[in-house]
Design a protein around this ligand. Sequence first.
Ligand code: PRP
Length: 207
Amino acid sequence: MLTFALSKGRLADKIFKMLRDLNIVDINVDEEDRRLVLTKGDFRFFLAKPSDVPTFVDMGVADIGVVGKDTLLEENRDITEILDLGFGKCRMCVCAPKENGDSYKLKSNVVVATKYPNIAKAYFDSVHQNSTIIKLHGSVELGPIVGLSDVIVDIVESGRTLRENGLEDVTTIHDISARLVVNNASLKTKYEDILNIVSKFESELRK
Ligand code: PRP
């Protein structure tokens, strides 16, 4: 039995489609379905909140997880990232009001609003700039608009949210995409089964 922890929604749907297309398991989940655990043949799937996927994998209740690189960086769990799935592409950026450009770099202490406090802190430490990080749970763009922060650290996908709020991305911190991650013990005990799936996914991604 192989257990997957998947992020509910689009990411899980993509994985189910890949598993069907590759004839690994014939799993299909209806939009109306509210079940959080699905079992089919030798496979079990947990449908979790994205930020909890690394926890399920680290704690060993799931062998494999699929989650965005943003969540992996923020959660920083002791798990093995094994494959870049190439979808869910976006960027983690420092963004500022358009009129300010990159002037935040000159601040002796930059105030940052973000849903990703660990990523933001690690970034500003790495460039040796003092920072005060304010954690928000969403609508992070409000930070500079209402005078809470100088900048935000956030995901930029199409750039539309920034544009419509008078902000721009100034510095890209990380390129983000969906990743396949594996529990370290499962990688040893279920090596053959995991390798089999990873190599099929790899060949599908090369097409
Ligand atoms: C995310 C992110 C940005 C937006 C970026 O927010 O935090 O706000 O999407 O996408 P875009 O570049 O295509 O406009 P989400 O939709 O998760 O909502 P939230 O702000 O409430 O977290």
